[in-house]
Design a protein around this ligand. Structure first.
Ligand code: CO
Length: 226
């Protein structure tokens, strides 16, 4: 199952040769610029890879991964990735992808002191609290665990939609669209949770409308009346 350190470099040599065989200019083109249309926010879990499960090539997906695919307002790492993807790369889709059997979600379900992980897992414990009634009505522990994985994705999508850069870009360009996925390790399939982006945005803007800045309004006016 594991890969040796030396094997990685052998694999890399083979990969380079294969790419050059398919397209002799592959790396020259790759080095020029990136224009990915997708931002993928997923779990760091070694089994839930981003590009491989999507069948995507280098240059197609901008990726951010952390424990249990959390988008926390005070996390400058996630915030910078999202801001850059939305403002500069102008991605059309933002995907938050969780996965069943997520160790981070499991740890958050366990009420105990996990040291340094406590503040990180609190975001997921908050998801549990928000949806406590639904979760505690599920008697099967496995099903409850799966459901918390899904609800965590849903709440992290909402956290993405709360961001000013996402709301502003959507007014200007009608994208990015935010999607929630779960990767099922047991089948290999991606499950689209079909989050209704438009209505979620509208709903949360009752509280988190960050689009009243004059900059957006004037940009929007110019866009409609060039
Ligand atoms: Co995980």
């Amino acid at each position: 199952m594991n890969i040796s350190y030396a094997q990685i470099f052998e694999n890399n040599e083979r990969w380079v040769a294969q790419k050059l065989q398919d397209n002799p200019n592959f790396f020259e083109e790759l080095s020029q610029t990136q224009t990915p249309e997708y931002l993928y926010i997923g779990c760091s879990d070694s089994r839930a890879t981003a590009e491989e499960l999507m069948g995507a090539r280098p240059g197609q997906v901008f990726v951010h991964r952390n424990i249990a695919n959390v988008v926390n307002t005070l996390d400058m790492n996630a915030a910078s990735v999202i801001q850059y993807a939305v403002e500069h790369l102008k991605v059309k889709h933002i995907i938050v992808c969780g996965h069943y059997n997520c160790g981070g979600v499991k740890a958050a379900m366990t009420p105990q002191d996990l040291g340094l992980l406590n503040p990180w897992l609190r975001s997921i414990r908050d998801v549990y609290r928000i949806h406590q009634e639904e979760l505690e009505s599920i008697t099967d522990e496995g099903k409850k665990y799966d459901r918390l994985v899904e609800l965590n994705v849903q709440e992290q999508c909402i956290n993405v939609i709360k961001m000013a850069c996402v709301q502003e870009r959507y007014i200007l360009d009608e994208y990015p669209i935010v999607h929630g996925w779960v990767f099922d390790l047991r089948t290999g399939k991606i499950i689209d949770l079909n989050i209704d982006f438009e209505s979620t945005l509208k709903n949360i803007q009752k509280i988190y409308d960050l689009t009243n800045s004059e900059w957006v309004m004037s940009r929007n006016k110019n866009k409609n009346n060039p």
